[in-house]
Write a protein that binds this ligand. Structure first.
Ligand code: AHM
Ligand code: MG
Length: 340
């Protein structure tokens, strides 16, 4: 049977009363923008888009040309449809208002336009991550404060991976669905419904080069995995690290695993590398909807009330039993009063 397209899927969701016309339009527009980004990424050196843009974002990171281009594509695509009240992005210091000449809608869109961008120039998968919130009632010109809602308030979240194929993974709060870009037809047929992350896994994803900066419970957990069959876990564990969160999370959604970017004492001012609002929250929503778990090592990610748009958090997500185990190690160390 021919798979249904993203458009059909969204219309069905609307008919079932799960989303309204504005949210349907929003997801369609984001998917269209992802298609354009996918085309730009796919051109590689031929598109003249590789390399640095020579600018820095608010986090002090050097922007790649494709970071800037992807951000512009998402901004432009979403400005005029009337479905948004404002947008915010990893690449912009402050929220971006909808220009006055366009109607405003009830949603807020937050995104990382090109996640894993250190991988662009070496032809490894990158992606886009997005999260949708409701604009608080009565707020006409949403500022940063309007965005500072816990992840439990997300009405939709998703990501695209620009890899050997381009996939779009989406949750509207009722399971996780995967669409694959048909490059000839230009649409996104539904290729997997109701993805489930196995509760157990023997695969972990972490940047091991930071090990000396980790907290003791974190080191304990990884040392036990590395000890393999003859260690306390009694089995061998495999490791994978793409250094693109989208690609690592997508592998976990496909075959299980645990992804960790822990708190790092290298820079005590930073409670983690990844950003809460446009990396951790949308991924946590997706992972929970697929039966997995997502914590900071101490608390559920989706329960955090953000204090800042670009706030960072430690991230532990994926197969439930592993996330619960390593979270338990952190909480036990805290209870025992172990120094960090
Ligand atoms: P980015 O949004 O600037 O690309 O940074 C986030 C990325 C994640 O995709 C990935 O998991 C992590 O940074 C990789 O970090 P590291 O360079 O320490 O391996
Ligand atoms: Mg990112």
């Amino acid at each position: 049977m021919k798979p249904i397209s993203l458009t059909q899927f969204l219309i069905e969701q609307q008919r079932e009363g799960r989303i309204n016309a504005d949210l349907r339009l929003l997801i369609e527009v984001v998917a269209r923008a992802c298609k354009r980004i996918s085309i730009a990424v796919g051109k590689g050196a031929l598109g003249g888009v590789l390399g640095s843009a020579g600018t820095e974002n608010v986090q002090g990171e050097t922007q790649k040309k494709l970071d800037v281009l992807s951000n512009e594509i998402l901004l432009e695509a979403n400005a005029w449809g009337g479905h948004l009240a404002a947008l915010a992005s990893e690449e912009m210091d402050d929220p971006h208002p909808i220009p006055d000449r366009y109607p405003k809608g009830e949603y807020l869109l937050v995104f990382d336009p090109l996640d894993g961008s250190s991988n662009i120039d070496v032809n490894i998968s990158v992606g886009t991550i997005f999260s949708v919130l409701r604009c608080p009632e009565g707020v006409k010109n949403p500022d940063e404060k309007a965005f500072l809602q816990p992840g439990t308030q997300q009405v939709a979240a998703g990501y695209a991976v620009y890899g050997s194929s381009t996939v779009l993974v989406l949750t509207l709060g009722d399971g996780v669905h995967q669409f694959t870009l048909d490059r000839e037809q230009g649409n996104f047929p539904l290729t997997h419904s109701r993805l489930r992350i196995p509760e157990d896994t023997s695969e972990f994803a972490i940047n091991m080069s930071n090990m000396r900066h980790w907290e003791p419970p974190m080191r304990r957990y990884i040392e036990e995995l590395l000890a393999g069959k003859t260690g306390p876990r009694g089995r061998d564990f495999n490791m994978r690290w793409v250094a693109s969160m989208v690609a690592d999370v997508h592998r976990i959604l496909t075959r299980g695993g645990i992804f960790i970017y822990p708190r790092d004492l290298k820079d005590p001012g930073k409670p983690g590398k990844l950003r809460l609002m446009y990396e951790a929250n949308p991924m946590a929503f997706i992972v929970e909807q697929a039966g997995g778990a997502a914590t900071t090592g101490r608390e559920r990610i989706l329960d955090i009330t953000p204090a800042q748009l670009h706030q960072r958090v430690p991230v532990f997500l994926g197969s439930k039993n592993e996330v619960e185990r390593v979270t338990g190690y952190h909480l036990a160390a805290d209870r025992a009063g172990e120094p960090a």
